[in-house]
Design a protein around this ligand. Structure first.
Ligand code: ADP
Length: 626
């Protein structure tokens, strides 16, 4: 019989399997059982509408057989089966899944990619070559007369020939490899080991996975002696993980389930498993990944939870179940209240689905609040990964969701090394303090250098450090927390002084009107006001913003496409009335004043993180004065 060659890429993958040093070779069984279950699904679905399928739901099963003498492990199913062409195209070519492309990209590091490909995707049928040196597949497609047998001993190709088989379905026989120094392949010929693997990986497969099991039982006729009893047993519980009670599930089971189902290498940071009864009855099992999914920040990313109706998948990514600010959450919802035949369009208007979505949102928030209260380190880690999403959530939809999210927010601050919540900030507020102060900048280090900060810190007040672009937008949307308003320390209306101090500075500004006007004239439209200030500590100048648009917001707006000129901050040049520079300005002649003001204004812009119009002039002026 003519040997056919595998397609080039399939051959490469096959080689990889045959020579694999992967330590979790045991996954081959999970892969073959999943294929068998998929094949049964197909025939079962067909039986719902096609009377020629004379099978009842409870007749479908997957059989495992061990023959120790022959060193074979057989996996049989009575599913849809494959025609000769299907055997050829399905098993002769590696599935079109992403796994193979992934391998090519990493082709220079053989071992590493071996593990990552297998670990990340599983590689289906070919994984059987990790434990078998010869594989036979006998399959009869539903509705066909003839069956076919596909045989391969690995990389040298495969044969297909016609054969007899009574019923539709597929029988896969693995000729298990001989043991080596490092690998005890004979394990896969032990019933306890196979039983263990089924329970570990395939417990929630919805069809029974059966195997002949032998047990030693006391002999009724002969006291003290044992006989071997053989019976066919169902190894899997068939209950999906999410339908089991929490107390029955080990953390590893959740982790395995998550990684396999949602294709992640890392265990999730948080598992949320719950059963909800009431207006809607459903089970949900959700996960917060350790890292953002690789395509999370791309347009292709689709949020959503899997939707099941009574254990049967009806939609893979139901976006309506998750608000945007929780788009990183993975998981599933299983409800008996939803009809199996519901269409996507109908789902959008489904009342039941809306109730479920609301309950899911609440559940995730509650779990995060619990985490915040009980395991701060873990919460902080979560927040550093996904916190920005929550801040966007506060800002989005005109702040509609802000109340539900405000207690989940965290900020860096002048008083804590890590993160602080708004509640913690307010609890620490001094009696005399009226506002929640915040400052914006690129980094904590840069904010800490702002001249405005000194005076506020001197008062013993805490300042939130906003380093995310979205921070200030979210804060503006919040407006207040616990009755305390937010105040940007870089805005000109910040005032911490006592009444006497206020009076003094007002008087100073009035008395210096002529000088201040002159300075304003030098600067023209660049600033909307110039004034003396008593809140700059030891620093000579600063720029603050007047009105709604702050300096940071201007920076964000200016980076947006079609930058909007109207969205500019109105700048106020503040000069420290206590600094020697104030005297110097008073005494300067017009020519000098022009230069001083240009210098002061430029340096104030630099401090605020704004660029300056003419850096050359700035440098020339400094050199001239020196
Ligand atoms: P995947 O399952 O990811 O598609 P596999 O390499 O495991 O990749 O299988 C390739 C294809 O072979 C499957 O998609 C399916 O069409 C077919 N197949 C595998 N096992 C069976 C089976 N037991 N019964 C029917 N078809 C099968």
């Amino acid at each position: 019989m003519k040997k056919k060659q595998f397609k080039a890429e399939s051959k490469k993958l096959l080689d990889m399997m045959i020579n694999s040093i992967y330590t979790h070779k045991e996954i081959f069984l999970r892969e073959l059982i999943s294929n068998a279950s998929d094949a049964i699904d197909k025939l079962y679905f067909r039986s719902l509408t096609d009377d020629s399928v004379k099978m009842n739901r409870d007749e479908f099963c997957i059989m495992l057989d061990i023959d120790k003498e022959a060193r074979t492990l057989t996996i049989s199913d009575n599913g849809i089966g494959m025609t000769a062409e299907e055997l050829e195209s399905n098993l002769g070519t590696i599935a079109k899944s992403g796994s193979f492309n992934f391998k090519n990209e990493n082709a220079d590091n053989e071992n590493a990619d071996d593990i990552s490909v297998i670990g990340q995707f599983g590689v289906g049928f070919y994984s059987s070559f990790m434990v078998a040196d010869k594989v036979e597949v006998v399959s009869k497609a539903f509705g066909e007369e003839k069956a076919n047998k596909w045989i391969s001993s690995g990389a040298d190709g495969y044969t297909i020939e016609e054969c007899e088989k009574e019923n539709a379905g597929t029988v896969i026989t693995l000729h298990i490899k001989e043991d080596t120094e490092n690998e005890h392949y004979s394990d896969y010929l032990e019933q306890y080991r196979i039983d263990e693997l089924v329970k570990k990986y395939s417990d929630y497969i919805r069809y029974p996975i059966k195997m002949e099991m032998s047990h030693q039982v006391p002999d009724k006729d002969k006291e003290g002696e044992y006989i071997t009893e053989v019976s066919v047993e169902t190894l899997n519980s068939m209950i999906p993980l999410w339908r089991k009670s929490k107390s029955e599930i080990k953390p590893e089971e959740y982790n395995e389930f998550y990684k396999e189902k949602f294709m992640d290498y890392s265990d999730p940071q948080l598992v949320i498993h719950s059963k909800t009864e009431g207006q809607a009855t459903f089970n949900s099992l959700m996960f917060i990944p350790e890292n953002p999914p690789y395509d999370f920040y791309s347009k292709e990313y689709e949020k959503g939870l899997q939707l099941y109706s009574n254990g049967v998948l009806i939609m893979d990514k139901c976006a309506d179940l998750l608000p945007d600010y929780f788009s990183f959450v993975k998981g599933l919802v299983d409800s008996a209240d939803l009809s199996l035949n519901i269409s996507r369009e109908m789902l959008q208007h489904d009342h039941q689905l809306k109730i479920i979505a609301k309950a899911i949102d609440k559940k995730i928030k509650n779990e995060l609040k619990k985490l915040l209260a009980n395991d701060r380190e873990k919460y902080d880690k979560f927040f550093s990964t996904f916190g920005t999403q929550l801040k966007y959530g506060v800002y989005a939809n005109y702040g509609m969701e802000k109340d539900g999210l405000k207690d989940l927010l965290e900020f860096k601050s002048s008083m804590s090394d890590g993160y602080t919540t708004l509640k913690e900030y307010v609890e620490r507020m001094a009696d005399s303090q009226e506002s929640i102060y915040y400052a914006c900048g690129e980094s904590v280090e840069k904010i800490a250098l702002l001249p405005q900060l000194e005076a506020i810190k001197e008062k013993g007040y805490e300042v939130l450090y906003c380093t995310d672009e979205i921070d200030e937008f979210a804060i503006q949307m919040l407006m207040e927390y616990d009755g305390k308003h937010f105040a940007n320390i870089c805005k000109d209306d910040i005032d911490l002084s006592t009444d006497a101090e206020k009076e003094a500075i007002n008087k100073k500004n009035e008395d210096s009107k002529e000088l201040l006007d002159k300075i304003k004239n030098v600067l023209g439209d660049k600033v909307s006001a110039v004034k003396f200030s008593n809140k700059l500590g030891s620093h000579p100048v600063s720029i603050s913003a007047q009105g709604y648009v702050s300096l940071e917001m201007e920076k964000v707006f200016s980076q947006m496409p079609g930058a909007n000129q109207g969205m500019k901050a109105q700048l106020v040049l503040e000069i420290n009335s206590e600094h020697p520079i104030a005297e110097k300005l008073k005494k300067a002649d017009d020519e000098q004043l022009k230069k001083y003001v240009t210098l002061l204004y430029s340096s104030a812009r630099l401090i605020a993180g704004l660029d300056i119009e003419n850096p050359t002039q700035f440098s020339d002026l400094i050199a001239e004065m020196m």
